[in-house]
Design a protein around this ligand. Sequence first.
Ligand SMILES: *Cc1c(COP(=O)(O)O)cnc(C)c1O
Length: 448
Amino acid sequence: MTMSLIKFFSTNGQTESVDFKTALLMGQAPDKGLYMPEQIPQIRIEQFSKMSYPEIAYEVIKPYLGDLVSDSDLLAMLEDAYNYDVPVERVYDEKYVMRLDRGPTCSFKDYAARAMGRLIQYFLKQEGRSILILTATSGDTGSAVAHAFYGLDNVLVVVLFPEKEVTQRQRRQMTTLGKNIFPLAVNGKFDDCQALVKQAFADADLSALNLSSANSINIGRLLPQAVYYFYAHSRVAPRGEEIVFSVPSGNFGDLMGGLLAMKMGLPVQKFVVATNENDEFPSFMNTGIYEPIRPSKNCVSNAMNVGHPSNLARLFNLYGGQMDETGQVSLQPDLAAMRKDIYAVSITDEETRQTIKEAYSQYKVLLEPHGAVAWAGLMKYLQECGDASPCVSLETADPAKFPEEIVRATGINPPLPVAMARLDELEENFEMMDGQYSSLKDYLRRFL
Ligand SMILES: *Cc1c(COP(=O)(O)O)cnc(C)c1O
């Protein structure tokens, strides 16, 4: 008999709470809500400045797992998952950029996918089960998840991506793998892909497939995304002072990791939440009225082209409100408390490009569009609210994923990281699909 310390409830409140393992393997709760921990453990951070990244990850994640995973297995998994650098670069004074792009697919999605992938494999082996991971991507999740599960014989991965809104290199990271990875180019937007995936989860005809999600709706992605906030803090504020984070936000999984870290006791002064022109959340923070943007706007920071972020259901819950999966708000969150913790700002494409240019000319710091949105957001915050220190802006992808934009803004052709060295030569394999649910269902039936 295993026993977990912390249970996970659904934000829709129509289903029973479950342990971590169940929440992880299900992804979305049966009532279409998102899982959240019933209790948030307090983490002691005094020793973190002396610890490695995997050691900090262990301290942060362990309390949620109870005895579902042995201590030594968990530490080994995390050491294996986080075998790459996590640079925290000083830009000026105490303003830093944390580069979360050194994993195998060169985006911060590797942080979540690699830990979640290893945990899922661990539990599947225990149970002798197999699953089909069905996931929607706005650009980077697909490849991170595909790489995390690549070549396993008890996992199939089907990835839906918006055909016209990912860069060639982002697409190639998904379509050049083969084996158990099945990419689908959808004629539609990310929000359409996400809606299709949600519909498949709710479809009883497909239950024999054991569908699981690897989107940021999965709690297994959220917990690892709390870790790098602790890590950054330990490196720039070893005396334990409060710091500011700037988070480039699309589906708000990254931000939820940060908020969870703060609720676990991390000293944070403010989260700057920077979106691109899909400004439904900054608008909500101004007006208290939430309106999804349909269809979402196609911006250069393409992984953030989200017109209705799934994780707002969690964010609202954390502040005492309730939002269902469609974006319907049945209980308003405590806006004053949200405004105390969060400064939300929307950055235009023009500002994004200008920021890439200026960061390079002023500081010789190469940013890509998502990291530039965060940096621009931080600069606006400092201008409006006065200086604060230290500040950490998250750079979530490698500039080489967006060569056209970088060349245009800086004249520099970003060097290709080793992980992507052969990407442009490999053969691609994927299928095209219209945005109809019946097409996805037909496609998935072949795996039954
Ligand atoms: C996914 C992604 C984001 C947005 O993260 P969310 O958790 O969806 O808010 C930002 N930058 C990059 C490069 C991404 O891939």
